[in-house]
Design a protein around this ligand. Structure first.
Ligand SMILES: Nc1ncnc2c1ncn2[C@@H]1O[C@H](COP(=O)(O)OP(=O)(O)OP(=O)(O)O)[C@@H](O)[C@H]1O
Length: 260
């Protein structure tokens, strides 16, 4: 179990041309308790990915810090795995070999690797596809492989950057339900960036709304809806619809501000 703290994080992308200097994050602070499912929404270019990358350890803040269990995050590590929109699978490896990849890096013995790979492929409902290559799979199946690959080394924190954005809406709904089931089973700390408010409310314990650039935290809304959550809440649960409307209003204000 792992908690993440973001403290007064500012990230400035400098450029030789001072007019091209970008303040991507401006004094962002948030606490993500162990086992929480946190969703982050905000206008395009507001710094969501930069925040996720700072938590992953891919980028360092210009000032401020990110911490995992009280220790400064200085680089990427096996305890924090990122799932991207573009799947990031190795095309020359089979499904099973892709999932096995992080286990090899961890030095897990072969027999155990085989068991773990099978477990996670079953979890994402891809049993029977072990020997296929990524190009033989649909987009939804590829994203399932990347979810299995991310979870196989048993990371404490799973970071997702619009993982379902490239998928059609039905596949997206199904994968949301699967990620929810997986989170309920593993209770790891999950952070998901999305443009989709419904996705954020369906999955999250809490939703952070960011302002238009420079990215700051505008609001943090608790999603007070009991778990396990049935897919039908998307259309019928009064609190779901209420929370969705509240978030839409908050986001709309920022998008208007951004284009003004
Ligand atoms: N490596 C970089 N160098 C320079 N500027 C960058 C870099 N990475 C991001 N930026 C800028 O920082 C700002 C925030 O980018 P970021 O990708 O974090 O936003 P985002 O909210 O994830 O956007 P989107 O929703 O469109 O994916 C943008 O203006 C972007 O152009």
């Amino acid at each position: 179990m792992s908690e993440i703290s973001v403290r007064n994080l500012t990230k400035i992308f400098e450029s030789q041309n001072p007019f091209e200097r970008v303040v991507a994050l401006d004094n962002v602070s948030c606490e993500i308790p162990s086992g929480q499912f946190l969703c982050i929404i905000g206008p395009s270019g507001c710094g969501k990915s930069t925040l996720l990358h700072a938590i992953a350890g891919f980028v360092q803040g210009t000032s401020g810090e990110t911490l995992q269990d009280g220790k400064a995050i200085k680089q990427p590590g096996p305890d924090r795995i990122v799932i991207f929109q573009e799947y990031g699978l190795f095309p020359w490896l089979t499904v099973a070999e892709n999932v096995e990849f992080g286990l090899l890096a961890k030095g897990v013995p072969a027999a155990e690797r085989k068991k773990i790979v099978q477990h996670y492929l079953d979890l994402v409902k891809l049993g029977g596809f072990e020997h296929r290559y990524p190009h033989e799979l649909s987009g939804g199946m590829r994203q399932r492989v990347s979810i299995a690959r991310a979870l196989a080394p048993d990371p404490e924190v799973v970071l997702m950057d619009e993982p379902f954005a490239a998928l059609d809406s039905l596949t997206r709904d199904v994968l949301q339900e699967e990620i929810l089931r997986i989170w309920e089973k593993t209770r790891k700390t999950f952070v998901l960036i999305t443009h989709n408010i419904e996705e954020a409310v369906f999955l999250g314990d809490r939703v952070i709304v960011m302002t238009a650039r420079p990215g700051r935290i505008k609001a943090q809304i608790d999603v007070d809806i009991a778990r396990p959550r049935d897919p039908s809440i998307r259309t019928s649960h009064p609190r779901f619809l209420e929370t969705k409307e509240r978030l839409s209003q908050l986001l709309r204000t920022e998008i208007i501000r951004e284009v003004a």
